[in-house]
Design a protein around this ligand. Sequence first.
Ligand code: ADP
Length: 378
Amino acid sequence: MTVRVGVVGGGQLARMMIAPAVELGIELHVLAEEEGMSAALAATAVGDYRDAATVLAFAETVDVITFDHEHVPQDVLAQLIEAGVRVHPGPDALAIAQDKLIMRARLQELGMPQPDWAAVVNATELQDFIDSHGGRAVVKTPRGGYDGKGVRVVAAATEAQDWFAALEEDARGGALLVEELVDFSRELAQQVARRPSGDVRAYPVVETVQRGGVCAEVLAPAPRAGERLSEVAREIGVTIAEGLGVTGMLAVELFETTDERLLVNELAMRPHNSGHWSQDGAVTSQFEQHLRAVADLPLGDPSPRVPWTVMINILGGPVEGGLADRFASAMTEHPTAKIHTYGKAPRPGRKVGHVNVAGDDLDDVTYEARAAASHFLD
Ligand code: ADP
């Protein structure tokens, strides 16, 4: 019988599940926030994911629920579970991806390496942390941050005054997360897929290059990643997936420190930007793997098909000329580049697509990917 997977959220991650769903014979349904979203090519319902009745009605049309983002409220998730709906990842795992303070506490219990951190409720506590960590620290709002929004490097507690004020207005109260400012040489990401029955598969660790808090490029596998580094990253990913009971794709963002340690930055429990390379560079893409995992089908091989793949995000799109023209010219001049478009209107800084180039030589692959992506610059 055809399995029907329902994805809550209509963004590009849901969109990129459509092609593998077709191949796997899975019927994909999407609950989108509004008409005309990125994933509107699938069977789409439109509604508010914060409204329990809406999500429950959507769940009745499918066999299993999964997500394009982590923002579905816990009370809505609890009602789905109560109604007997299969939800992957489940509410307990998602709670950890939804709140960076809960995440830090759980990772500590699991013994995972991470930056020094604390929950701070006022400026005095924050200043104490800054003073005891070399005069600078990273403050984060625990919930709702993305692409570097909700992350601030501060040298004085007064720089987070507005966030403390917002906490005071919030009836739920709460705290901010503060972390040591990690002296890292680069950022890495480790992805793992886990089935409800417990089977896990780890992708090779990749290097992610961030610009302005946004992922710009991914190099897969991470260059200069020796056996030990790869093994430690893999173990971190598998320990977290198993320890938190994650089902579906898990991405663990990591810092590689200048003294060669790996520290966990944050988690995503869904396909992730750091895994887009796998569409054209791995035997099983992260989108196919996520569907297999949430439908509890046998997992595919996560190995690379070629020595190197480079992914470059297309951000914002051109100021002049249509995006479609740029796609056409990039395709004409770079036939080995795989160009993925999200069907979104260009806006400054918005992720509207990405380019993957796979091949034998890292320099050639990087050059070609950047050349293809340059068609989308002004
Ligand atoms: P978001 O949830 O917005 O993706 P992150 O927590 O991943 O936020 O932080 C965004 C970026 O800020 C990271 O990719 C990293 O470059 C930088 N950053 C975050 N935490 C730290 C830290 N403790 N030390 C140094 N840099 C950090």
